[in-house]
Write a protein that binds this ligand. Structure first.
Ligand code: SAM
Length: 221
C-alpha cells in the first residue's frame, strides 16, 4: 500500500506536465499547411498524441481538424502514463485565466475563428465543448513498457522524449515507426530529433524546423 502511494507520488514528480493549447504556434501553422492537405486525401485517419499530459495539445488538434472539416473523419488517441493527467485531459476543464494566452497562440498558429466558441466558461473555469471530445479516445499507455498502437497516420510526441536517454529515445522512436502507416507523419518537440537514431532512414523531413517527419521506405525491421 505504501509502495503504491510512493509510486503514485514519484510518478507525479517524474511526469512534468507543462503544456499549453497551440503551444509553439508555428508548429500548428505547419500542420495546417503541410500535413492536413495530405491527411485529407484519406477517407479516415488515425492520430496518436503520445504523452498528452492534461490534454491541451489534443484539444488543439481537434479544433484544427474541426476547422478543416475533417474531425468527423478522424479518430484521435490521447495517451499518457500519468493517470492524474489523463483524467484531467478527459475532463477538458482548464482555468479560464489561461484562455487569453491560448487565444493568442491559436491566432498566431493560423486560427481565425472565435476561440471562445470552443469552450463554455463559468466559475473561473473553461470547459472544452463536447463535440471536440467525441472523436478522442483517452487511454493509459506507457511508452517504455507498452506496445505498438497500430496503423497511425499521424503521431505527435512532443516534449516527452526530452526526458529520456538516447537508448530509450531510440526504443520509443522504433515503437512510433512500427505504429505509423507508410507516408504517415511523426511530430517531435522542437528540442527533440530522430537524427541520431537507427530509424532516421525511414523518414524524410516534411518541415525541418517544426520537427515534422514523414515515414518513407520499408517498415522498420
Ligand atoms: C511536458 S509534457 C508534454 C505534453 C504535450 N505533449 C506538449 O508538448 O505540450 C510530457 C508528458 O509526457 C508524459 N510521459 C513521460 N514519460 C512517459 C511514458 N513513459 N509514457 C507515457 N507518457 C509519458 C508525462 O506524463 C507528461 O504528461
Amino acid at each position: 500500500m505504501h509502495d503504491e502511494i510512493f509510486f503514485d507520488r514519484f510518478l507525479k514528480y517524474m511526469s512534468v506536465t507543462v503544456t499549453e493549447m497551440f503551444r509553439d504556434p508555428d508548429f500548428y501553422r505547419a500542420v495546417r499547411e503541410k500535413v492536413i492537405p495530405v491527411l485529407k486525401t484519406f477517407p479516415f485517419v488515425k492520430i496518436w498524441h503520445a504523452g498528452c499530459a492534461t490534454g491541451e495539445e489534443v484539444y488543439s488538434m481537434a479544433i484544427l481538424l474541426h476547422e478543416e472539416n475533417f474531425l468527423d473523419r478522424a479518430r484521435i488517441y490521447a495517451t499518457d502514463f500519468n493517470k492524474h493527467s489523463l483524467a484531467a485531459a478527459e475532463a477538458g476543464i482548464y482555468p479560464e485565466e489561461r484562455m487569453p494566452n491560448y487565444i493568442a497562440n491559436y491566432l498566431a498558429g493560423g486560427g481565425s475563428r472565435d476561440f471562445s466558441d470552443y469552450y463554455s466558461a463559468g466559475y473561473g473555469l473553461a470547459k472544452m465543448k463536447d463535440f471536440l471530445k467525441e472523436r478522442i479516445t483517452f487511454s493509459y499507455h506507457n511508452l517504455v513498457t507498452d506496445g505498438v498502437f497500430g496503423e497511425m497516420n499521424f503521431i505527435a510526441c512532443r516534449n516527452v522524449m526530452i526526458y529520456f536517454d538516447k537508448v530509450l529515445q531510440s526504443r520509443v522512436l522504433t515503437l512510433f515507426t512500427d505504429s505509423l502507416r507508410h507516408g504517415g507523419f511523426l511530430c517531435l518537440g522542437n528540442r527533440e530529433t530522430l537524427n541520431f537514431s537507427n530509424v532516421k532512414n525511414h523518414y524524410q523531413a516534411a518541415d525541418v524546423k517544426q520537427k515534422i517527419y514523414r515515414k518513407i521506405g520499408a517498415a522498420h525491421v
